[in-house]
Design a protein around this ligand. Structure first.
Ligand code: FES
Length: 103
């Protein structure tokens, strides 16, 4: 069962950058890449870094602390020192709003 939750305005997103959102107290990062929006856990699995402050390269987010990387589409760790995946959530953009399926 899906549970779409309105988390941000599409206008709050900037291509090639991330922003933090906190639906229900969760720490989630939204990223805009070539007009597509991705939602991942904002916390790096290697340390206490906010991934929304990292750098987007292609479809990967590079952690600002030790330059480990994750795939924004799957959450898979793609570059050391990151080895554990991050959680990702389905995203839809409708009527200028960004919704996440938090179910
Ligand atoms: Fe993210 Fe180390 S805290 S790579």
């Amino acid at each position: 069962m899906s549970n779409w939750t309105d988390v941000a305005a599409e206008a709050d997103l900037f291509d090639g950058a991330g922003i933090p959102v906190a639906p229900g107290g969760r720490d989630i990062a939204l990223f805009s890449v070539n007009g597509e929006v991705f939602a991942t856990s904002n916390l790096c699995t290697h340390g206490n870094a906010s991934l929304c402050e990292g750098f987007i390269e292609g479809h990967e987010i590079e952690c600002p602390f030790h330059q480990g990387r994750f795939d924004l589409r799957t959450g898979a760790a793609t570059f050391a020192p990151c080895t554990e995946p991050i959680q990702v959530w389905p995203v839809k953009v409708e009527g200028g709003r960004v919704f996440l399926d938090l179910a």
